[in-house]
Design a protein around this ligand. Structure first.
Ligand SMILES: Cc1ncc(COP(=O)(O)O)c(C=O)c1O
Length: 439
């Protein structure tokens, strides 16, 4: 078993400072400035296996952050499936192939019967872009309602609704509402406030002639800060949107494929079946694979009017990767693992909260947890600097986590799904030590 170093303050024996500087300059020279990077001293990762990443100097890090390698970095079943398919054939959907159809069928089996069609893409951004396109075409409306600190991707249409990382003014056909937040620092009426905001947004969009094409939400409200969501409020908001002729689009790019442990999809928590569901990230375990699942009527209506073709979406190799991911999730019982280890982590984090007053709420579900870092529990004032320090110290101690939320003060814990009990203990130990260190 890997050991978290006893002295987490000692710098990681990674690439030399000079080599790192040279690589950073080269990167900027090629990619331009401000291309995002993790950590003050960025990592040069050379390989990965399961829940471990190894840097170029041979040091290993416990990965408690990355969700794209859903079934574990370089899972042999996925690697083998892709290698085999790539060495045989990899083309697109304009030729017939039973294995490609098998994957579509297996994926749809994971959804309620109402959602009987799927269109595959390569990225979550493309999936959300396509879902918006379907919603607008099928409803005849333009307006979209989203939460006010969220991320849904990087195409032009999707950047317009990604309030968290887009400094451009919100376009007139987009309405932002506050995510429902029933955490200890927020009001008790968070659910009612969310529904009232959605009602207001609908009225406003209609008055201005846009109508409502969709309410589009990340069903775990991850970028928003992983807030506790009052039961029933999403369902009520969806009912209002449907009454106004709009659709409910569930973005499952973050919570999907069992990350929450008790369910395959985050929308199950809200007791409402969406009209369209968008998928990505974890779906191909690193192979670009994403898509939109929807009702038969919506997808048929769209397809009849639009020639939608995606060169790489649903390629043979992508479907082989996706199929292997479904196999591994089931064969390794990864939902049960997410639920059990997630509960273990919640209990341990609550224990840490008793010892460290800078911990505010402990949020999340399954293997998607948030630890809020505050200045003190009375004011509940966010402490982004402390959160940033903790992330750096944990990295120095060999454990990778990140941050989310409007104030960038919620530690984001979202490991590959085979994260086990012993990994959870290492994570909690490293967090405890990072919290004990002086400012
Ligand atoms: C909730 C959510 N939706 C969509 C996307 C976009 O996915 P991609 O980066 O694959 O385009 C992301 C990416 O972080 C996301 O977090």
């Amino acid at each position: 078993m890997a050991r978290v170093p006893a002295s987490p303050t000692s710098p990681a024996p990674t690439a030399s400072a000079a080599a790192l500087k040279k690589m950073l300059a080269r990167r900027e020279g090629l990619m331009g400035p401000n291309a995002p990077l993790f950590y003050q001293q960025p990592l040069v990762i050379a390989r990965g296996k399961g829940v471990w990443l190894h840097d170029a100097a041979g040091r290993r890090y416990l990965d408690a952050y990355n969700n794209v390698p859903h079934v574990g970095h370089c899972h042999p079943a996925v690697v083998k499936a892709v290698q085999r398919q790539m060495s045989r054939l990899n083309t697109h959907t304009r030729y017939l192939d039973a294995a490609v159809l098998d994957y579509h069928e297996r994926l749809l089996d994971k959804f309620p019967r109402r959602l009987g069609r799927v269109v595959l893409t390569c990225t979550g951004s493309e999936a959300n872009d396509l879902a918006l396109r379907i919603a607008r075409q099928q409803t005849g409306h333009q307006g979209v309602i989203v939460t006010d600190w969220t991320y849904h991707g990087n195409t032009t249409a999707v950047a317009e609704i990604s309030s968290a990382y887009n400094p451009a003014p919100t376009p007139p056909h987009v309405r932002l509402v506050r995510a429902p937040q029933a955490d200890s620092g927020a009001g008790a009426d968070a659910g009612a406030a969310f529904v009232a905001d959605v009602r207001q947004a609908i009225a406003d969009l209609r008055e201005r002639g846009f109508g409502v094409a969709a309410l589009l939400i990340d069903t775990i409200f991850s970028t928003d800060g992983l807030h506790a969501v009052p039961k029933g409020c999403v369902k009520q908001a969806v009912a209002l949107v449907r009454e106004a002729g709009g659709l409910f689009i569930a973005d499952e790019v973050q919570p999907g494929f069992g990350r929450l442990g008790s369910c395959w999809w985050g929308f199950e928590n809200h007791g409402v079946v969406p009209d369209l569901v968008t998928l990505g990230k974890s779906m191909g375990n690193g192979f670009p694979l994403a898509g939109v699942v929807g009702t038969r009527e919506l997808i048929a209506g769209f397809r009849q009017e639009v020639m939608y073709f995606n060169t790489f979406g649903a390629s043979h190799a992508a479907c082989a990767a996706g199929s292997a991911v479904l196999d591994v999730i089931d064969n390794e019982d990864l939902l049960a693992n997410a639920q059990a280890v997630g509960e273990q982590l919640l209990v341990a984090m609550r224990g840490l909260r008793d010892a460290h007053t800078c911990i505010g709420d402990i949020r999340g579900q399954g293997l998607f947890l948030g630890v809020e870092i505050v200045q003190d529990r009375q004011s509940h004032a966010p402490d982004a600097d402390a959160a940033a320090r903790i992330v750096e110290r944990m990295k120095d101690a060999g454990v990778l986590v990140s941050k989310i939320g409007r104030h960038d003060h919620v530690l984001k814990i979202r490991p590959p799904m085979p994260f086990g009990s012993r990994h959870a203990r290492l994570l909690v130990q490293a967090l405890d030590r990072a919290l004990q260190m002086p400012r």
